[in-house]
Ligand binder design. Structure first.
Ligand code: SF4
Length: 278
């Protein structure tokens, strides 16, 4: 069985950077090291980091007394204010590409624009971004989610960094039907975009497609969905152990890719287990 591995599989730039920062803090700081929420949406990697003393906390008040990493998605403004009030020693591991979207939201909001953010309601990145807006932010995951947008005010369309390009384009078109002068800046991260493009290409060449990543990882689920549209035999798995439950009958070529928060060691375990299959 041939295994085609995506050149974009593994951690994205932002998660790699956050992990490196966490390791540096762990090395140089003798006291407790915390992350507010999971540092990435991958339970196996979060568990590995916990084993090294980088421990996940669910709320700000549990972080008192420790150095605390802000994860790649950022945290809502109110939590940041609370952390400052409590004197928590914060380490900013927010992805610079997410920070760019935040700056756009603040800048356009101050200039009186309505902001349409193409994203998933309730996703931590979206919630954090919304919280810094000086004006209105409408979250749209479909072109139909625009009922509350006013037709007579300036409008800009931005995107959650891991959104699918087709959805962004569809929402921009819908916005322009409502506000013909609507502006748009595609803030989809290049990493997420390239992963999707290559995932689609691999899915077209493979008899079966594997997308490795945490079940709670929205970008992994989206990537699997994109691949499934091309290759219906697409499976979203977290670990190599799940390969045992998959039917490989008639499969000569397997495509292998991952979400942005899947470390290389998990992909390597999957690849090695696949090499034992005939
Ligand atoms: S997917 Fe892109 S924006 Fe999101 S954390 Fe990774 S590098 Fe940053």
């Amino acid at each position: 069985m041939e295994v085609l591995v995506s050149s974009h599989a593994g951690l994205c730039f932002g998660v790699r950077r956050a992990t490196r920062l966490a390791m540096e803090v762990r090395k140089n700081h003798p006291g407790p090291v915390y992350t507010l929420g999971p540092l990435m949406h991958n339970p196996q990697e979060v568990e590995r980091l916990a084993g090294l003393g980088i421990v996940q906390r669910q709320s700000i008040d549990q972080c008192v007394g420790g150095k605390t990493l802000l994860r790649t998605h950022g945290i809502p403004r109110r939590q940041l204010q609370l952390a400052t009030r409590l004197g928590i020693d914060l380490v900013d591991a927010v992805c610079p590409r997410v920070a760019v979207v935040r700056r756009y939201i603040v800048d356009f909001g101050r200039r009186g624009y309505q902001v349409v953010l193409v994203g998933d309601r309730g996703h931590p990145e979206v919630e954090a971004l919304q919280s810094y807006a000086p004006g209105e932010v409408f979250v749209a995951s479909l072109p139909g989610d625009l009922e509350r947008v006013a037709g007579d005010r300036p409008l800009v369309v931005l995107a959650q960094t891991t959104q699918a390009r087709e959805v962004f384009d569809a929402v921009v078109s819908a916005c322009r039907r409502r506000v013909p002068q609507a502006e748009s800046i595609c803030t989809i991260c290049q990493d997420a975009g390239l992963r999707q493009v290559e995932g689609r290409q691999l899915a077209a060449r493979a008899d079966l497609m594997l997308v490795v990543g945490g079940r709670i990882s929205a970008n992994t689920a989206r990537l699997a969905e994109i691949c499934r549209r091309v290759q219906p035999r697409t499976h979203h798995i977290e670990t190599a152990a799940e390969l045992e439950t998959i039917d490989f009958t008639g499969v000569k070529t397997v495509g292998l890719t991952s979400g942005a928060s899947t470390p290389t060691w998990i992909i390597e375990q999957v690849r090695q287990r696949l090499s034992l299959f005939r």
